[in-house]
Structures are given as structure tokens and as C-alpha cells.
Design a protein around this ligand. Structure first.
Ligand code: CU
Length: 362
């Protein structure tokens, strides 16, 4: 779905209308404010509800999403913080982010009390964030992005999101076919989804590279991509694209919006088509996820139970499942955030639904 189509549908459905604000207020009133006690009890109940270990390498207990307090945190927005420089340094890093309400982390031991470990893009001077801050480009003016793999050589998340080496995958250590989880340095490569770009800058699955460019895939040409921005105004997004582990790297958090403006869709009030702009134009990146009782990503990697079942061929692909359904909705890096809107009949929105298995609307 492109942006204009969404605006039309949003207008027709009354989405983002004053009713949305009232609905949020009503929900807010109905949902008691969480206390750390209440959350601690909820987490405890979660531990009883499911004792499955999702990771093959780390003991994990599912945190039922019903136990996560809703509408506690405001929606993170990128308005007035988009990055529009001609040259952008994009660092892929591992860090902790408070995706769940802060009171959840406050009950946890170190290092989990610092937040959920994620991988994300640190763009220019903006802080690292999942999803990354939005890049805003102008049609006809190239944007040069240099991607650096600044992940640790042994990332924390590697044991949570197990790489299945029995798949056709990047395979920096030439272990393909092994049923042993990958323990080498992490490969990344970034693809601008829907972007009309030369193949050298397309972030092909075999154009991956490890930290410090120590290892490179056969398709690697450069880690500096010149996006020409010749297409008409649109909403794009960029994400990790490594062969055989895109699902894991995107689940880890490697995704962000990329807007192209033109003389019609300018992003500036009172110009072009005068589309909603400023605080009335908000990116929404919707993703379904699952958490463990330590507030960390939970993704099936070999054991049955929970929302997602046993790998269909556990003796052949021990850590791979064909689809995934999370029970918690994460928008712009927060679970069930709220958004206060003004009493306007229409507010612009970029819309990215990026689940792994749920029906996508874009
Ligand atoms: Cu894509």
C-alpha cells in the first residue's frame, strides 16, 4: 500500500480521527496504571503458564503478552528528527532498548534491567534506535549511505536468535550443513526495499560483510551505497538482507523508513499537494514479537510449545521454522504504545507492517 492509498483509506475509515484520541483515552482509563508489583506478579504467572525454552542455547520462558501492560508509553515518532543529509553514516550496532514498559525492566536482574537487547541502525548523529531514525530524501538528489557493521564479534543476541547452518546461508566460516549453531562474527547487508538502485548498491543477500569488513560475501562490491532517488515520492524502508538469516536480523531490529519527497509530496505544509505534514505525518512500523520473562526477544529455535511449534524437520533444519507469529504488537519500537492526536479529521501516516508471517498491508 502506498502512502496516498493509505491516506484515502484512513480518511474513509476515520482512522486517526478525533475518535482515535477518545478511544485511547477510554482504553487508558480502563487500563490501570501498572505497578512493579503487579508486573512482577504477571511475569510470575507467565513463568507458570509456559516453561518452554525457545532458544536452543539460552533457557527462555515465554512472557504471555496478556501480562504486558498496554498503553503505558507514548508512540516514538520521528517527526522533526528525520535525517536528510547527502552523506549518511549508518552503523549497525547492538544495544538495549526499553521496548516494554520501564517498570518491567525495573524488576529484572542485570543485564536485563537495561532493556531488550536489539540490533539497530545508528544513523548520522541520531542515537541508535529500533527501528532506525527515518531517512528523508529528495527526488533527483542522491543520498550516499555508508553502512558499517559495528556489531560485537560475539553478540549477545547470537544465542537468542540461532543461525541454522543447514540452510543455504551466508556462511562466513564455511560450515554450511552443520547442525551446530553459528558462533562466528555476524554478517550484515542492507537492502532498500522498493528502491530503484544500481545492483552494486542493492544489498543483495550475498553482498554481506562482517565487522571491520573482515569477511565478505561473493556479491560484495562496496559498503557505500549511492541511492539515486530518481523515483517518484514514496515510502520505502531498508532492512537487513543477509542470505539465510534475514528473518533473524530483521527480528533483531534492523529496519527503518526511507521517504522520498518530490514536488507533490513535499513534507512541508502548504506546498505541493498540501498533504498532512509535520506532527500530522507519522510513520508507523507495526511488528508482532514475542518476549521472554527477562524482557528479551523470544524466537523459536528448536523446541516445541508456545505460539509457534516444533520445526517441521528437526533432524534436518534444527533451528528453522517456516513461519512465526508473535503475541505482542510492537509499533516503532514500543509494545502497545499510545498516540494522542488532535481533533482533526485526517492525519497523514506512513505505514509499514513488517511481520514475518502475518498478512502484510504494504
Ligand atoms: Cu525487502
Amino acid at each position: 500500500m502506498n502512502r496516498r492509498a493509505f491516506l484515502l483509506i484512513a480518511g474513509g475509515m476515520g482512522l486517526l480521527s478525533p475518535r482515535a484520541g477518545q478511544l485511547r483515552e477510554t482504553l487508558d482509563r480502563l487500563a490501570p496504571r501498572p505497578s512493579s508489583d503487579r508486573i512482577a506478579r504477571a511475569i510470575c504467572r507467565g513463568a507458570v503458564a509456559s516453561s518452554a525454552s525457545a532458544s536452543a542455547q539460552i533457557a527462555q520462558t515465554a512472557l504471555p503478552a496478556a501480562n504486558i501492560p498496554k498503553y503505558v508509553d507514548p508512540l516514538p515518532v520521528f517527526t522533526d528528527a528525520r535525517i536528510s543529509a547527502a552523506n549518511i553514516n549508518a552503523s549497525v550496532t547492538e544495544f538495549q532498548q526499553q521496548i516494554l514498559p520501564a517498570t518491567v525492566y525495573a524488576t529484572l536482574p542485570a543485564p536485563f534491567d537495561g532493556g531488550t537487547f536489539v540490533w539497530g541502525y545508528k544513523l548520522g548523529d541520531a542515537p541508535p534506535h529500533f527501528p532506525g531514525f527515518t531517512i528523508e530524501a529528495q527526488r533527483g538528489t542522491p543520498t550516499i549511505v555508508t553502512y558499517n557493521n559495528d556489531l560485537p564479534l560475539a553478540p549477545f543476541l547470537q544465542k537468542y536468535l540461532t543461525v541454522d547452518q543447514t540452510l543455504h546461508w551466508a556462511d562466513p566460516l564455511e560450515q554450511m550443513g552443520s547442525t551446530v549453531p553459528y558462533a562466528g562474527s555476524p554478517p550484515v547487508v542492507t537492502h532498500l526495499h522498493g528502491g530503484e538502485v544500481p545492483s552494486a548498491f542493492d544489498g543483495a543477500p550475498d553482498a554481506w560483510f562482517t565487522p571491520g569488513l573482515a569477511d565478505k560475501g561473493k556479491g560484495f562490491v562496496t559498503n557505500t551505497y549511492a541511492y539515486p532517488n530518481r523515483q517518484e515520492a514514496t515510502t520505502l524502508w531498508f532492512h537487513d538482507h543477509v542470505l539465510g538469516m534475514t528473518r533473524l536480523n530483521v527480528y533483531a531490529g534492523l529496519a527503518a523508513f526511507y521517504l522520498i519527497r518530490d514536488s507533490y509530496d513535499t513534507g512541508v505544509a502548504g506546498t505541493g499537494l498540501n498533504l498532512p505534514s509535520g506532527p500530522y505525518e507519522i510513520e508507523l512500523c507495526v511488528q508482532d514479537r514475542q518476549f521472554d520473562t527477562n524482557g528479551q526477544w523470544l524466537f523459536r529455535a528448536g523446541n516445541p510449545a508456545g505460539l509457534n511449534g516444533t520445526p517441521p524437520n528437526p533432524g534436518i533444519h534444527p533451528f528453522w521454522i517456516p513461519e512465526f507469529f508473535g503475541d505482542a504488537m510492537v509499533v516503532n519500537g514500543k509494545t502497545w504504545p499510545y498516540l494522542d492526536v488532535e481533533p482533526r479529521s485526517l492525519s497523514g501516516s506512513q505505514w509499514l507492517q513488517r511481520p514475518i508471517s502475518r498478512a502484510a498491508a504494504c
